[in-house]
Design a binder for this molecule. Structure first.
Ligand SMILES: [Zn+2]
Length: 50
């Protein structure tokens, strides 16, 4: 399960969960960890949790 918004309680040092994201600009789907992600195709930061 992934959630958007208040994710300040995420413990990155623990077992972080890979979430699926989709780029709002080019539609590329990719997996990543964290909040400030970039699209691997167009490098846009306009991504959201799938
Ligand atoms: Zn993109």
């Amino acid at each position: 399960m992934c959630s958007v918004g208040d994710m300040f309680d995420v413990d990155i040092s623990g077992d972080a969960t890979m979430c699926e994201y989709v780029c709002s600009d080019c539609g590329k789907e990719f997996k990543g960890i964290g909040k400030n992600l970039r699209c691997p195709r167009c490098h846009s930061t306009n991504v959201k949790v799938k």
